[in-house]
Design a protein around this ligand. Sequence first.
Ligand code: ZN
Length: 499
Amino acid sequence: MLYGKWRPKGFAEVVGQDHIVRTLKNALATGQVAHAYLFSGPRGTGKTTTARILARAVNCQALRDGEPCNACGPCRAILGGSALDLIEMDAASNRGIDDVRELREKIAYAPSDLARKVYLLDEVHMLTEGAFNALLKTLEEPPPHAIFILATTDLHKVPATIISRCQRYDFHRVPNDAIVDRLAYICDQEGVAVPREGLLAIAVQSRGGLRDAITMLEQAIARYGAAPTVEDIRAALGQVHDPRVEGLVRALLESDLAAALDIARSVADDGLDIARFTRAAVDIVRQLLAAVLRDGSAPDIDDLLALARRRGDAVPLLAAALSELARADFRLDPASPIPLEIACATIILGPAVRPAAAPTVAALAPAATRPAPGASEPPGRAASGAGALSREERFARDLYEHCKMVNPSHAMWLNGSFEVLQMDGDELILGFQRKMPLEKVDTVCRTMVEQQAAAILGREVRLTVKLVEGTGQPKRAPRRGHLVEAVKSMGGRPVGKDS
Ligand SMILES: [Zn+2]
């Protein structure tokens, strides 16, 4: 298993959690050891790995700058899994009061082979109320030789009384760059050659979970050998690459609306997932925009980059493409190419064809590219593309994407069939126009939806479903605040009476 083999052995190797590593090393180097630590964060971001390094560091006989030596007796015992005083417990399967009581009885005994007994409680939010109370008593009067490391993916399910007894560390999703670098290192060490674009595809799909990313890499290598192509990687990830994606972006760069519409139509005719196709185009446009802005390169799409650079208005055009493509809404009818066609027309022809263009949008053009009053507008102006998904739309999209990864056949009941009526507070209200998806989401999908919503929102929510009147139109009320943010994120600044 690659993940076990390349699990970091020291703090310095932990990926993407510099804020935590720095604090822990400094504390350890100056002899400050807490009695209880709480590691929270998404799955696969390094909580258990860091906990095991910490367990070695507090027992190491030759600690250097806060790093365990991995060579002394205690370090080797923990690395080899033979240390009796490192007690790892998965609270998901030992969640009751008896389990914690047993732990409390044992904790009174002095350590046998290490200087300090270390209790690592994984998924601690799964404990029952009784077990939490028992644990709290231990945390209130910890024996001097014991250290607790609690880990959880659901901080909001851990009682505040427990949290307040612990030194808390919040693990973040690992940035794509850091995942790619780590995967590249592992490939190098393993004698495997994977193109960087393939590693990036893995990183994106892993959503910041390094462990998942390494597992995906391993599966791709197992299936396609030691030199998989980008296409192999995408196939292993279930994202077969379609060259029409580049074709569409080329058409946009050449202002060739006929070609863009042909591609949109042919993708729909093939019965492909148009939303996914469009997201792939968004990815390419994003790469191009970044390369143009930073004067950088874009391997594998250098012909498109050259094309973009030949245009004087590359930045506003790409910015418009980015936001128009990102806001194309396929939920009403996932098989229809129309949202993609409208996006392409708006990008190429400018805001004139934009349905229900909000006057505020035009006033928010990135300042640098704003034409003088009266000047004819170049095609594909950025002004047309300032719209962004509303918070609810973004959440709806994320919820569907999350659920699709958990259970694709259940997630289809969310595909294009609901709107978010309320997402603040502890009640999540989803509106459905049809009874069938409503009932499915209310029953078989309920747990999945509640869990994934909690993962996205960072707090627990209770799902309520409602039947709503069909309007025949997806709800889209562009909100001013979002437009401003979208424009600012592209480097623009609001002009006019609000500036
Ligand atoms: Zn050591």
